[in-house]
Design a protein around this ligand. Structure first.
Ligand SMILES: *[C@@H]1O[C@H](CO)[C@@H](O)[C@H](O)[C@H]1NC(C)=O
Ligand SMILES: *[C@@H]1O[C@H](CO)[C@@H](O)[C@H](O)[C@H]1NC(C)=O
Ligand SMILES: *[C@@H]1O[C@H](CO)[C@@H](O)[C@H](O)[C@H]1NC(C)=O
Ligand SMILES: *[C@@H]1O[C@H](CO)[C@@H](O)[C@H](O)[C@H]1NC(C)=O
Length: 299
């Protein structure tokens, strides 16, 4: 083969690799969009917490979600269920997170993970293990207290490397991972904790996944919720002023795609209180407003 032919073949190889071969999910900060394999991308996803739903129903729910037009699912990962006692891990049956992610991919759904470690999710102690309290009641949770961080460190060192094969870049469906959860609603406002978590997660995922935060739609929440170097998103429900909500985010994060990470199509019930219902007309109206602004949405 002469030199010209070699160079041409090399060029063809490089061009096809860049345009077809590379799986990438990233943020285009100058055009305010996500890029999936280099193309502008918007997601409309639904929350599906595998640990609340018997495994026998997973596939049924995913088929319905995909048929409804969703292109992604979002789930928390509940620490307390997966590590029932210190150093003992459970990923069986309804806790088969890896099977859940594989099943989502089979159903053509991307996956957004929220590993916490605090997840709220209307779970006891936000999904933190109760043994944190019995071990040392003075431990300051969700802060840079080293007694707490040592446990977070062990758990994330167990969990995150096992998720790496499922990241979008590595051939899987996982496009984003959330750091903490609505941390701006917590009193501690400990930036040394949130920046530690950011670095821990970035390190353990080899910087191969988009890290993000989620907070309420007010400046007071964004103040302690946003983390430098982490993509900020907000949450709010039907009937909310969409433009106003995102203007708060824009004032702290001038660029990037707009995301509502928790669009409340329903609300939780407390025992003995009337069943919560949400107006479907209002759900549709606010959804349409967000879609017209190219907002990516998780319901
Ligand atoms: C933890 O946070 C406290 C209060 O913000 C600070 O004084 C301390 O230096 C921090 N410790 C570490 C290890 O970052
Ligand atoms: C992340 O990796 C950097 C570079 O290796 C290291 O300096 C830092 O301590 C790590 N941080 C965490 C929280 O693991
Ligand atoms: C975030 O970054 C800005 C600009 O680099 C810096 O001024 C600010 O102190 C940082 N905030 C925290 C909490 O680290
Ligand atoms: C939404 O995205 C489309 C396609 O990229 C673009 O033409 C339009 O200007 C965008 N609309 C807004 C409000 O950003």
């Amino acid at each position: 083969m002469d030199l010209h032919a070699t160079i041409i073949l090399l060029l063809i190889f490089l061009i096809t690799r860049v345009s077809f071969g590379q799986r990438q999910f990233q943020i285009d900060w100058s055009n305010n969009v996500f890029l999936k394999d280099g193309q502008p991308f918007q997601y409309v996803s639904g929350s599906f917490h595998y640990f609340r739903v018997p495994v026998e129903y997973w596939s049924d729910r995913m088929i319905k979600m995909r048929s409804a037009g969703l292109n992604a699912i979002q789930t928390y990962i509940e620490w307390r269920s997966h590590e029932p006692s210190i150093g003992v891990y459970n990923f069986e049956d309804n806790l088969n997170l890896f099977g859940f992610i594989e099943m989502a991919q089979k159903h053509d759904l991307l996956v957004i993970l929220r590993p916490g470690p605090y997840i709220c999710a209307e779970r006891d102690m936000g999904g933190l293990p109760s043994w944190l309290l019995t071990e040392d009641p003075s431990m300051a949770l969700r802060s840079n207290d080293s007694r707490y961080l040592n446990h977070v460190n062990r758990w994330f060192n167990y969990l995150l490397p096992r998720l790496n094969p499922y990241l979008y870049k590595n051939g899987g469906p996982v496009i984003m991972m959330q750091v903490e959860n609505e941390y701006g609603s917590y009193f501690a406002c400990d930036f040394s904790y949130t920046s530690y978590l950011r670095d821990l997660m970035a390190n353990l995922t080899n910087n191969d996944v988009v890290l993000f935060t989620t907070d309420g739609n007010a400046l007071s929440y964004l103040k302690c919720g946003l983390i430098n170097g982490t993509f900020g998103t907000i949450d709010f429900g039907p009937g909310t002023d969409v433009a106003q909500s995102f203007s708060y985010l824009r004032s702290r994060q001038p660029n990037g795609p707009l995301v509502n990470s928790e669009y409340y199509t329903g609300w939780l019930d407390h025992w003995a209180e009337p069943h919560s219902v949400t107006s479907d007309e209002l759900v549709i109206k606010t959804l349409e407003t967000m879609l017209s602004m190219n907002v990516s949405i998780n319901m």
